[in-house]
Design a protein. Structure first.
Length: 214
C-alpha cells in the first residue's frame, strides 16, 4: 500500500526536517564563527536554533558532523560563487580570472563568521583535515576544467601532472595568502590582494601552456 508524507500546517514533514537541519547549521555558523568550535555544545546549539535537542539527534550523530556539514556548506557557496563569476564575466581571461578570485575572497571577507570557520577553525579540527584535502583536490579539478574550456583540453592534457600540481599549488597559496590578509599580517588592500593573485594565476597558466594569456 502506498504511503504519503505527513504534513503539519500544510508543510510536508521532509520539508520541515530540512528547515530544522538548516536552522541548526545556521546556529552552528553563529556559534563557531563568533566563539569557536570549542564553545559548541548540543544544548547551546539547540538554544541558538530554538529547537529541542531531539531535533539535533534527528540530523546529526555528533558535533564533528555538524562542523563538517557547515564547512561543506561554506565551501559549496565559494565554489558556486567562483564558477558563476567566471562564466558570467563576458570579457577577457584576466577579467574572468579576477572576477572568480574576487568572488571567493569577497564571500569570506564579507562575513567574519565564515572567514573564521574556513580559515581558522577548520585548520584546528582534526576531523576536517582529510575533508580539507578533498576540497582542495576538488577545487583543483574545477580549475583545470575551466582552464581546459578556455585554452582547449588538449593543451591541459599536454601539461600532464604538472597542471594538477600547479592548480593545487596556486589554490593552496591563495588560501594561505588570504588567511594572512584576514589576520592582518599581510598589509595590502583587498583590491591589491585580488590583483596580485590574478597575476600569479595567469603567469603560471601562461608558463604551462607556453603562451601568454594576458
Amino acid at each position: 500500500m502506498a504511503t504519503t508524507s505527513r504534513s503539519y500546517g500544510g508543510v510536508p514533514i521532509e520539508q520541515r526536517k530540512a528547515r530544522r537541519h538548516a536552522a541548526l547549521l545556521d546556529a552552528a555558523q553563529e556559534i563557531i564563527g563568533t566563539s569557536g568550535f570549542a564553545k559548541l555544545t548540543v544544548s547551546g546549539l539547540c538554544t541558538q536554533a530554538r529547537l529541542s535537542e531531539r531535533y539535533y539527534y534527528e540530523s546529526f550523530g555528533d558535533l564533528d558532523a555538524v562542523f563538517s556539514e557547515l564547512f561543506d556548506r561554506i565551501v559549496d557557496e565559494i565554489g558556486q560563487a567562483v564558477v558563476t563569476a567566471f562564466v558570467t564575466t563576458p570579457t577577457d581571461i584576466r577579467a574572468k580570472t579576477r572576477a572568480a578570485i574576487a568572488a571567493a575572497i569577497d564571500l569570506i571577507a564579507d562575513d567574519p563568521r565564515k572567514a573564521r570557520i574556513a580559515t581558522v577553525e577548520a585548520q584546528l579540527n582534526p576531523a576536517l583535515l582529510m575533508r580539507r584535502a578533498e576540497v582542495m583536490r576538488s577545487f583543483a579539478g574545477i580549475m583545470l576544467a575551466v582552464c581546459a574550456g578556455e585554452v582547449g583540453a588538449e593543451v591541459v592534457e599536454k601539461a600532464g601532472d604538472q597542471a594538477e600540481f600547479a592548480a593545487t599549488h596556486l589554490l593552496g597559496g591563495l588560501w594561505e595568502t588570504t588567511n594572512s590578509w584576514l589576520a592582518g599580517t599581510l598589509p595590502v588592500t583587498r583590491a591589491t590582494l585580488i590583483d596580485r593573485s590574478t597575476d600569479q594565476f595567469l603567469l603560471t597558466a601562461s608558463h604551462l601552456i607556453g603562451a601568454p594569456l594576458d
